[in-house]
Ligand binder design. Sequence first.
Ligand code: CP
Length: 311
Amino acid sequence: MRHLLATEGLGREQATAILDTADELKQTLLGREVRKLPTLRGRTVITMFYENSTRTRVSFEIAGKWMSADVVNVSASGSSVNKGESLRDTALTLAAAGADCVIVRHPASGAAHRLAGWLADAGTHVVNAGDGMHEHPTQALLDAATLRERLGPLDGRRIAIVGDVLHSRVARSNVHLLATLGAEVVLVAPPTLVPTGVGAWPVTVSHELDAELPAVDAVMMLRVQAERMTGGFFPSAREYSIAYGLNAARQRLLPEHAVVLHPGPMLRGMEIASAVADSPASAITEQVRNGVHVRMAVLYHLLAAAEEEAA
Ligand code: CP
């Protein structure tokens, strides 16, 4: 695998290999006082974040460090981007400085693909850490890792993805990956927060959360992305919460085994009540924990697996 830019087009074998590696890494490091493997010693990983992040940025940094890579963090605000340097020139500069892998988050959909094109001759690997409203593949992989832990194989499992689907790269990546892993996906959202191209996706669409909850194995709540809601007729926070917020009463409609996910950051009280987010059904903290192992696995498959197989 040269880059990880999207889950659309990621094969079942590749996705499963990443998830299995993440499981193995988690088991290997479990209970260890020193969580350090030598696998990426001498390799340089650069994170380049043009949008805010807590979970993705920190877990990529920890993942790289636990694998002994040298990790360098670049943010738009502290770099020459603030002086007007283009994404292309920034990427070529980082590659020339010795980056083996660039992890990029950018507000423009398609930015990671552009970067991969510009770095084609440099031999630098690219990971998409979220590009606009397009994809966030490592989020979907860590969600799948968490669901597999709680539910076992995902074939035939029914997963509801709820809320602001229109603006959500997390939803797009999950739709493709969950379908690849054999799950059924139902998108539950107000009509104005469903993307127009959804007819081509491997999903069904519903606007009635209460009707869907009794038949799902997991419910993935999405963040309402107020910052991307410019123009259009969107529900108010109150309307949204009444119709689509996951509160304790709604949680009682779920089957007992059902898992509650949220990619974070959460708007408690709007998308999800604290009583639900902090309940035993919630796997939100596990999602963050699994994010480190999944990102270690991604770095391994990009930077080390081919060499290890050839040796
Ligand atoms: N889920 C997610 O991408 O969170 P961050 O924006 O904090 O990285």
